[in-house]
Design a protein around this ligand. Sequence first.
Ligand code: RAT
Ligand code: ZN
Length: 437
Amino acid sequence: MTTTAILTDRAAIGRCVHEAIEAQPITDIHTHCYTPRFGATRYPGAEREGLLLWGIDELVTYHYLIAEVFRVVPAMKGSFSYEQFWKMSRPEQADHIWKHLFVERTPLSEACRGVLTTLTRLGLDPNEKTLEPYRRWFAEQNPDKYIDRVMELSGVDQITMTNPVFDDTERAMWEEDASIGDDPRFAAVLRIDPLLRDWPGAVKKLAGWGFDVSADFSGRTIDEVRRFLREWVDRQSAVYIAMSLPPEFRYPDPANPDGDRFIRDILMPICAERGLPWAMMIGSKLGVNPALGDAGDMVGKADVGAVVNLCRDFPENKFLVTMLSRENQHELCVAARKFGNLMVFGCWWFLNNPVLIEEMTRMRLELLGTSFIPQHSDARILDQLIYKWDHSRRIIGKVLVDKYADLVEAGYHVTSESIRADVARLMRDNFHDFLKL
Ligand code: RAT
Ligand code: ZN
């Protein structure tokens, strides 16, 4: 096939899209994976000795699967309790989940299927009745080299971390040695949820860290919180600043003048000064079932109007936005048609299922052309990059084939060159270009 070949039939388009999407390196714009210097899970034994989670026990105890196991072994009076589960060691939890979700039942859910895809792509048989054979295999891997293998299998060229500065363990690691984030395979992101989710609590912490701040914004508060953000953006070499926000998030918000003030007088000026996007992940209701830990969060419909107001009122700022509710997706796409400083990204968390990825990708292509970022992995466990991208790539490819076939029918000359350029935009370039704006 020459680079300028005009593709006229669906089969040729299918082959070309498939080749392009397999060959295209992906920049994963939101994960919870870490450089090995943050410490990693250790095998045998699956002890957590740091923040980089990987291997079979972590894969099987992913919080999406913890939620699912409590559906089939519910925590009801007289039977298995949440406390019992949390008292188990990680390998015991993994054995419990494997038995109930993978051996005694067919692992049909997307989170279950993900473990199977990952094992298969690693060259392992996903039909084992116990986890021991996998544990032996993972015990032979070196986490640092294993990162390369996972990146090669998933086709990811850069993993974007999430670096919550209000997390005491992680903050201490950065303070001890800021070069901990230096690894060309990774980029850092400054995550600051408490500054909007709990302003008084965040101020208390900042005061404890030596910043001259007050919850009522008096005195030097504005300058000092700006100094805090600058210091951390620099320490982490952060590529954007991120927050997960509740469905109730509004801007402006007459009920939350502190939030408005923080955004207007602190966050927006710092992001503009440093040329950094504000990534807003909106629609997570935390801890509706606190007993489930990380698995206990819920989705709620959010207000796209808040994003519209921000994009209009701060034209010098850039906004990377994803929303958790399916019901918000259409309105968010329409908002993106109005503002070049709004980049819609990913199918977040409960939307990271084939049926919804397909629907959202189709809708975004129809409303936005290729000017969006179709997916991020949200991998919490390194190995998940393999399945999250394997599954998403296939769906994005399928939707693209349909769209190119429609163009052929409309008389347009679709070429292999333009397909490769579109795929590059979607899977990598749109993100980097947006950072450079
Ligand atoms: O998808 C997830 O694993 C969630 O628990 C969250 O991490 C979410 O993606 C977030 O970044 O807050
Ligand atoms: Zn996340």
